[in-house]
Ligand binder design. Structure first.
Ligand code: COA
Length: 259
């Protein structure tokens, strides 16, 4: 599929999705959100797509936030509806059975930081900058930022970042656990792809259950330990488990089929 605001490229079963509004620092307007919604659906449904790298066009920004120019006309009801629309898309990213990694190549502010945090993990270029500057605009994060920032960096640091609106650089984000790796800008996409290639040699069935089990830890409707027991048990009914264990015993590399 082609998208108005996204570029997509499929290589070795990894889909790179580039948010493409560099003149507006890739700000998330309604069209970008709608395109993201569609591309995530495409990823869920397309067998050849095994993993996703999400990044931003140009050297300056991943995503500099929700598009502020769309805010003035919003009533409280429309504001809440916008937050719900964005949250629903970000939930589908978070719960995707296929790994989705944000390669943060510059500013990740507001909705951009929230988008990155909804991904399974994050890599960053050395020039990346993160922040939740919504308080400067008289609002709060609305696409899950208050929740996921707290989960990722802890309550005190999340409170400070969201109350001050201060930006942090890539090395501070690494220290806080907001990103997993920092690379030179020209290495960001290739190194992120290397990480995903490693994941893609594993059982896709097991990888998707790791995602479910870890996400269960943040879902207060379920007991994460019970969920782990259930998912662990399910693995023993799969061809992937038989293949993985047989390959180990036969001293060969496994060939997984996601079944
Ligand atoms: N929404 C809409 N447009 C945005 C935007 C956003 N979140 N962030 C940047 N832009 C636009 C600017 O308006 C500008 O457009 P113009 O050239 O038509 O005037 C263009 O992107 C370039 O941004 P500019 O501010 O000139 O770049 P800069 O290098 O001077 O500053 C930032 C970069 C990221 C510090 C600054 O753009 C900024 O503070 N953006 C808003 C961040 C924010 O508050 N995000 C949370 C929103 S809830």
């Amino acid at each position: 599929m082609t998208y108005q605001t996204l570029l997509t490229e499929l290589n070795n079963n990894i889909l790179t999705v580039t948010i493409n509004r560099p003149d507006k620092l890739n700000a998330l307007n309604k069209m970008v959100l709608a395109d993201l919604d569609m591309v995530i659906k495409e990823v869920y449904e397309t067998n050849e797509m095994h993993a996703v790298i999400l990044t931003g066009a140009g050297p300056k920004a991943f995503v500099a936030g929700a598009d502020i120019s769309e805010f003035m006309s919003l009533s409280p009801e429309k504001g809440a509806a916008l937050a719900k629309f964005g949250q629903d898309i970000f939930f589908r990213i978070e719960h995707s059975p296929k790994p989705i990694v944000a390669a943060v190549n510059g500013f990740a502010l507001g909705g951009g930081c929230e988008l990155a945090m909804s991904c399974h993990f994050r890599t960053a270029s050395a020039n990346a900058k993160f922040g939740q500057p919504e308080v400067n605009l008289g609002i709060i994060p609305g696409y899950g930022g208050t929740q996921r920032m707290t989960q990722l960096v802890g309550k005190g640091k999340a409170m400070e970042l969201m109350m001050t609106g201060n930006m942090i650089d890539a090395s501070q984000a690494l220290e806080l656990g907001l990103v997993n790796h920092v690379y030179e800008a020209d290495q960001l996409l290739t190194q992120t792809a290397v990480l995903l290639q490693t994941i893609l040699t594993k059982s896709p069935y097991a990888v998707s259950r790791v995602i479910s089990a870890v996400n269960a830890s943040f879902n207060n409707q379920v007991n994460g330990f019970d969920e782990e027991v259930r998912l662990f048990g399910e693995c023993f009914g799969t061809e992937d488990m038989k293949e993985g264990v047989s390959a180990f015993l036969e001293k060969r590399k496994p060939s997984f089929r996601n079944s």
